[in-house]
Design a binder for this molecule. Structure first.
Ligand code: PLP
Length: 402
């Protein structure tokens, strides 16, 4: 019997053809598929601008650079996320301050964030990195309101939530990462995410200034746009005495310390091809979630993610379907014997040895730690078929009735 993983990519012949056609073209990197992917992604999310980068972590790093995180800047995030949500602040020399999660939704608890802000002198914190954890939209409108009171920026880690949305208090449908309430949002195209490109990432924003910064930062901080050049013509041309004329065609200017975080053109072609099936994939994820919900609703031994966004209606993107069970380790091991490879998301970041050196320790975040002791992510991906899902459900029930 084949292994049933917790997540996996779905590659079609169309995807393969899209990649092969780039391999036969003139551009392996920085070709026409990059801009096309960015435009299509921005329009899918409903944001003005999108910048494709080499992976989600690079997207976080550049986002943190774009909002100008400086050494010593304090930034708040959740301990229950992939470590990169916090690491991006450390890359810039900033300090990560964790706040506990809401025990029902598993998301960063805005009330805990508010307490941090209220009990520190104004100006102590610079920003917040909320995560649309598992695919459940964080209430970005509420975070924006709080952030505005304290003059904070927001980087939304929307890696789990392309296609998710919530309706705000005005009744307007807001897609995760559309830039209405967050300054920047980031996504990943790792194979377990909704849209696979091998590796890949995207940053979305409605802010033109941030967009331009990101374009430069992703490619060494270099600009090739003559109207943006800082050096005078004679310096650029290497000839003294030139005061007027056009800049030489070869000239480009490094104006900030950027990186090489570019996506290749064949990855962009794969992402673009995958994006065309994003709605179908999301629909299938919602069906799978509903089947799990129905299977577990009457089972007192299983708790699922509580969905109680106060603003109103919403749609979960179900990157993960998470249950909580008392004997998580037992269930995990039992499922492995049945070739079902469930997974745990996540070991709390504040307990990673790297973060413990900054003083974080067990007991700091009781909700996050209690969540971690019971959480398990069940198989969730569009090509998981009905029989496979039923097999997973049957094995869980069998274990719980042992
Ligand atoms: C996957 C993920 C990332 C990092 O993305 P990579 O493309 O793997 O670098 C960051 N944050 C969250 C919440 C993720 O799930």
């Amino acid at each position: 019997m084949n292994v049933i993983p917790y997540g996996r990519q779905d590659i079609t012949q169309e995807d393969i053809d899209a990649v092969v056609s780039v391999l036969k073209s003139d551009y392996l990197t920085q070709g026409p598929n990059i801009k096309e992917f960015e435009d299509a992604f921005a329009s899918y999310i409903g944001a003005k601008y999108a910048v494709a980068v080499s992976n989600g972590t690079a997207a976080l790093h550049l986002a943190a650079m774009a909002v100008d995180v400086q050494p010593g800047d304090k930034v708040i995030t959740t301990p229950i996320t992939f470590a990169a949500s916090a690491n991006c602040i450390k890359y810039c020399g900033g300090d990560v301050v964790f706040a506990d999660i809401d025990p029902d939704t598993f998301l960063l608890d805005i009330d805990k964030v508010r307490v941090l802000l209220e009990t520190s002198p104004k100006g102590t914190y610079k920003g917040i990195v909320p995560v649309d954890f598992a695919g459940y939209p964080a209430n970005m409108e509420a975070f924006r309101k709080l952030a505005d009171e304290y003059n904070l920026w927001i980087i939304e880690d929307a890696c789990h939530a392309p296609g998710a949305w919530f309706t705000d208090t005005k009744g307007v449908k807001q897609n995760c990462g559309n830039g209405v309430y967050s300054d920047l949002a980031i996504y990943s195209f790792h194979p377990v995410k909704h849209i696979a490109a091998g590796e890949g990432g995207m940053i979305t924003t409605n802010n033109e200034e941030l967009y331009k910064k990101l374009l430069a930062l992703r490619t060494h901080g270099i600009t090739k746009t003559p109207t943006e050049f800082i050096n005078p013509l004679s310096v650029a041309a290497g000839v003294t005495g030139l005061e007027e004329g056009t800049f030489p065609g070869w000239y480009m200017e490094m104006q900030s310390l950027g990186y090489n975080y570019r996506l290749t053109d064949f990855q962009a072609a794969l992402g673009l091809s995958q994006l065309k099936r994003a709605d179908a994939g999301l629909k299938r994820r919602l069906e799978i979630a509903k089947t799990y919900d129905e299977a577990f609703i009457d089972n007192s031994k299983i708790k699922v993610q509580g969905l109680q966004l106060e603003a109103g209606d919403f749609e979960h993107a179900y990157h993960l379907y998470i249950i909580k069970v008392a004997d998580r380790l037992g269930l995990y091991n039992y499922l492995r014997t049945k070739n079902i490879f469930a997974q745990v998301h996540y070991f709390p970041t504040h307990l990673m040895p790297y973060y413990q050196q900054f003083g974080w320790k067990q007991g700091d975040f009781p909700m996050a730690e209690a969540y971690y002791s019971e959480c398990l992510s069940l198989p969730m991906y569009p090509t998981l078929d009905h029989a496979q899902q039923q097999f997973v459900i049957d094995q869980i029930n069998e274990f719980l009735n042992l």
